[in-house]
Design a protein around this ligand. Structure first.
Ligand SMILES: NC(=O)c1ccc[n+]([C@@H]2O[C@H](COP(=O)([O-])OP(=O)(O)OC[C@H]3O[C@@H](n4cnc5c(N)ncnc54)[C@H](OP(=O)(O)O)[C@@H]3O)[C@@H](O)[C@H]2O)c1
Length: 307
């Protein structure tokens, strides 16, 4: 387990021979923000960094804090995308594919705060919680893989990291993968890491030159760990006191990203490769992959009003 100092030292050694292009979906807050800031610091601003989210003011404040770049081609920008809708992810990924020559790092950390609410569907029929944790992340990966493949073909890094809950997944119900028969947010919380493992395992076999990382950040002091109900005030205070700060978490998450060269790996909150321990079986992999493709296609086929 690397200490924080060891993770920092390893990250500081990141010195690519090319101008790195990194997209942080969920880079406007919390862990994604801290990862983007650390990435900007370690590259001395000499990178093309795209923050994706909805909060434009937060994004511009973060971008303004990055070191000013000196390398040709370096740029720091915000791309607005409401990732609740699969079609918005598709449009944003189209825009990225149109203007980025290649992509080296894709970091996904979209999430919703804790809540006791039940199923909460978008106009596309996708539950918002599992949508942000899993389905729309799967869409970002599928649509941006051509750019990652292009980086890999040039002999450069090509890595995807989903910051979710590696090693914390539970059993899944193959008869109700979309939670339409029985919904509970704890079930979604246990299934989405398992879905991520199975999808990334599948993708790593289909795209062997791209690294797929599923990371668990541990408890981190971000807006996400606050229950949105007054009755949870004491719990919110306790979790806030126990949590690590996003900046320290980002060092371990970047360590996980930089140290994962190929294939699929799962990383702990301190960046360690946790191996196959506790990993759900692969028998369901094809079912989850097929289900994911179907859910995304169904979402896109829904006719909805202007968004
Ligand atoms: N914090 C923890 O203790 C903890 C523990 C375990 C796992 N995790 C996981 O780590 C990940 C990151 O969590 P965090 O603590 O960094 O959360 P956070 O601070 O609340 O950040 C969530 C991010 O998701 C983005 N987002 C939310 N809804 C969106 C939407 N509809 N469209 C586009 N972007 C959206 C937000 O951007 P905008 O507001 O700009 O849209 C924000 O950048 C989550 O998957 C979470 O489950 C966190």
């Amino acid at each position: 387990m690397p200490s924080l100092a060891a993770a920092r030292a390893a990250n500081a050694a990141f010195a690519p021979s090319y101008l790195p292009v990194a997209v942080f979906v969920g880079g406007t807050s919390g862990i994604g923000r801290a990862c983007a800031e650390a990435f900007a610091r370690y590259t001395r601003g000499n990178a093309h960094i795209v923050l994706v989210g909805r909060n434009e003011a937060a994004a511009h404040a973060i971008l303004a804090s990055f070191p000013a770049p000196s390398a040709p081609g370096a740029a720091h920008e915000f791309l607005h995308a409401d990732a609740f809708l699969v079609r918005n992810v598709q449009a944003a990924a189209d825009a990225l594919r149109a203007r980025l020559p290649r992509l080296h790092f894709l970091v996904l950390s979209t999430g919703l705060g804790m809540s006791l609410r039940g199923r909460d569907e978008t106009a596309e029929g996708v539950d918002r919680r599992i949508g942000l944790a899993y389905y729309t992340r799967a869409k970002w990966v599928a649509d941006l893989l051509p750019l990652l493949e292009r980086a890999a073909a040039a002999g450069e890094d090509a890595r995807v990291m989903s910051v979710l809950a590696a090693g914390k997944g539970g059993a899944i119900d193959v008869d109700d993968l979309a939670f339409r028969k029985g919904y509970a947010s704890y079930k979604v919380g246990l299934a989405s890491p398992t879905y991520t493992d199975l999808l990334f395992e599948h993708l790593s076999k289909e795209h062997p030159s791209v690294a797929f990382v599923h990371a668990h950040p541990g408890l981190v002091r971000t807006p996400l760990i606050n229950f949105d109900h007054w009755a949870f005030g004491p719990i919110n205070m306790l979790t806030g006191a126990l949590a690590k700060n996003p900046e320290d978490c980002a060092e371990w998450m970047l360590y996980a990203l930089f140290q994962s060269k190929h294939g699929f790996s799962r990383r702990s909150e301190s960046g360690d490769d946790i191996g196959p321990q506790g990993r759900y079986g692969s028998a369901e992999r094809q079912q989850v992959v097929k289900h994911t493709q179907q859910e995304l296609a169904i979402a896109l086929s829904k006719v909805i009003g202007p968004v």
